[in-house]
Ligand binder design. Structure first.
Ligand code: ATP
Ligand code: MG
Length: 575
């Protein structure tokens, strides 16, 4: 591709709404352009990177035995009513009516459509296992679209769905996808971890998320420093603490804490460690059930665990009016004593005694409180978020914490959809069986963005070879010099003949600005062609990642470069 004839609108300025580096660089490198909030054009250079990710995904899905098809973006409401999700799915589902006033939605995921296909075409266990996948545009009306392709509203996803006649078969299908995902992200050159994830209220199912490690990641994950345990904090279990609470040694006392509402402020005022305090959170779920949750002062509530315990989907903090109604005091002074709503305690409280907490009275806290003596709790449950330093739930190690970008998700669904939609087959005994399903997603654009989060410097992107839109850029220092142009074109032709993807920078621009663009674009290898070098029959080769430069004899230059590119691609295939 000749740069002068390509469409590569790079930007000097970073768009004001680009908060994370991948979004900034994708916009500046002319990869994407915003059309509406969370809706982007994929410009030619960006599309090349997207296609690279897609191709790796496609190859590995095919290798794992999955079969590609393409389902429509537009889904009839009828199918979504059959699964019950027309009602359950919140605002993220974009619904609309056609000219005949029939309800439709744009698919945010395709369990319904694929289950309908299999229901209508597969009737014997002999046709299983089956894994169908597509690479397709999704729409989710995200509340906060941001970070460019990382959290768009319209985005490209690879979604696969497996169907098995029994649980054991479904586990094999799941494992195949898990392994394929590992290969995919290794081939993309990413540093990632597969972590245990929450699988919501569907009993007996399990799920893993593939997390690219990055500071800007929206997810918090923990992993053990000894064994291979790793989990999303939403899911990370914690062991019940050892031992029991020491016998109460203090009387219950009341202290004035004027205007001190946060646990840190109260602890500091009482000259206590927040670990000796208990905080009381007042929450309400979608069934309008109220619950008070007690946590050690320095701990954070894990809402997913609480939802799972209460068997509900949503929780919100009680508003000021509700807090007053339930506790008789403004927020900031809540405590469990005298409450009539449900009171749950995190399991850590089971070993605490003589602690401080809110008095349910404005500007007052209590000291020397003890459960059992001063108030009762319904249950001690694992309700808090894991944090660095916590003991590993599997071994004697300690947890470390990370931030991650969820690029893929594998999920054993069980019969959630097949049951509601009556997708069954006859087994080898001629008995009707409900299909066991799995679903497996990869965000294509998010994966490309995550690769940039992990691979960049102050000058621009540093593409891992397997994802690079072009593998080599040939920069002509002076394209008006015929010898330079001639040598550059000859090299370009040879590289293309070697099967490489090459950008020939033949623009009539200052060398400095061409070098700047090359760095911004992040093409792994740059060959500079100039009159001075040519006098000595050589080009200059620069590695974008290491910055190392070397002289490259004109003779055999293309073969040397091709060998380097192939070696990098081969290395990405792993051992
Ligand atoms: P998140 O928690 O980040 O919203 P999710 O759990 O909703 O993700 P899934 O429904 O499992 O995501 O979708 C599969 C994959 O699709 C995700 O792992 C992610 O890579 C990608 N994805 C999901 N939502 C978006 C989005 N809004 N923009 C870009 N990619 C997305
Ligand atoms: Mg989501």
């Amino acid at each position: 591709m000749r740069y002068s004839q390509y469409f590569l609108p790079t930007l000097k300025e970073t768009p004001g709404d680009a908060e994370v580096v991948s979004h900034q660089l994708m916009a500046r490198a002319g990869m994407i352009r915003k059309v509406a909030a969370g809706v982007y054009d994929y410009l030619p250079y960006g599309l090349r990177a997207i296609r690279k990710v897609e191709n790796i995904v496609r190859e590995e899905m095919n290798r794992a035995g999955a079969i590609e098809l393409l389902m429509p973006a537009v889904n009839p409401a009828d199918l979504w009513q059959q699964s019950g999700r027309w009602q359950e799915y919140g605002k993220e589902l974009l619904r609309f009516k056609d000219s005949k006033e029939t309800d439709f939605c744009i698919g945010p995921t395709h369990e319904e459509v694929v289950t309908e296909i299999v229901r209508g075409t597969v009737n014997s266990y002999r046709q299983l296992p089956l894994n169908l996948y597509q690479i397709q545009t999704k729409f989710r009306d995200e509340i906060r679209p941001r970070f460019g392709l990382m959290r768009g509203r319209e985005f490209i996803m690879k979604d696969a769905y497996s169907f098995d006649v029994d649980d054991a078969g479904a586990d094999v299908s799941y494992k195949k996808m898990y392994d394929a995902y590992r290969r995919i992200f290794e081939r993309c050159g990413l540093k990632f971890r597969a972590v245990e994830a929450d699988s919501g209220a569907i009993g007996g199912s399990f799920s893993h998320e593939f997390m690219v490690l990055a500071e800007t990641g929206e997810d918090a994950i923990v992993s053990c420093n000894c064994c291979d345990y790793a989990a999303n904090v939403e899911k990370a279990e914690l062991r019940a603490p050892n031992g029991e609470a020491p016998a109460p040694a203090m009387e219950l006392g009341k202290v004035a804490t004027p205007n001190l509402k946060s646990i840190e402020d109260v602890a500091a005022f009482l000259n206590e460690n927040p670990q000796k305090m208990v905080k009381t959170l007042m929450l309400q779920n979608e069934r309008e059930e109220n619950v008070a949750v007690l946590l050690r002062g320095d701990h954070k509530l894990n809402e997913v665990k609480l939802c799972n315990f209460l068997d509900c989907n949503h929780l919100q903090m009680a508003d000021e009016a509700l807090v007053r109604k339930l506790t008789g005091a403004p927020s900031g002074f809540s405590g469990p004593i005298g409450l009539t709503c449900r009171v749950l305690a995190d399991q850590e409280l089971a070993i605490m005694s003589d602690f401080g907490l809110g008095a349910n009275e404005e500007n007052f806290h209590l000291t020397g409180a003890n459960h059992g003596r001063d108030f009762q709790v319904e249950a001690f449950v694992d309700l808090r978020e894991a944090m660095a330093g916590d003991p590993c739930p599997r071994c004697e190690g300690q947890l470390e914490s990370w931030r991650g970008i969820e690029v893929g998700h594998v999920f054993k669904l069980g019969t959630k959809y097949s049951d509601k939609m009556h997708a069954t087959v006859l087994d080898d005994q001629g008995k009707e069986r409900i299909l066991i399903m799995g679903c497996y997603g990869i965000g294509i654009g998010r994966t490309a963005a995550a690769a940039i989060e992990q691979n960049h410097d102050e000058n621009g992107i540093i593409w891992p070879m397997p994802l690079a839109p072009f593998q080599v850029i040939v920069t002509l220092l002076n394209p008006n010099d015929e010898t330079v142009m001639g040598a550059g074109e000859a090299l370009y032709d040879q590289l293309v003949a070697e099967g490489l993807e090459v950008l020939l920078d033949d623009r009539d621009e200052r060398p400095g600005s061409k070098f700047k663009d090359a760095e911004l674009l992040g093409i792994p290898l740059r060959v500079t062609v100039g009159a001075r070098g040519l006098k000595e029959q050589s080009f200059e080769l620069q590695d974008r990642q290491t910055g190392e430069k070397s002289m490259l004899p004109v003779d055999g230059a293309a073969a040397t470069i091709a060998t380097q590119v192939r070696a990098a691609l081969f290395a990405s295939l792993g051992g």
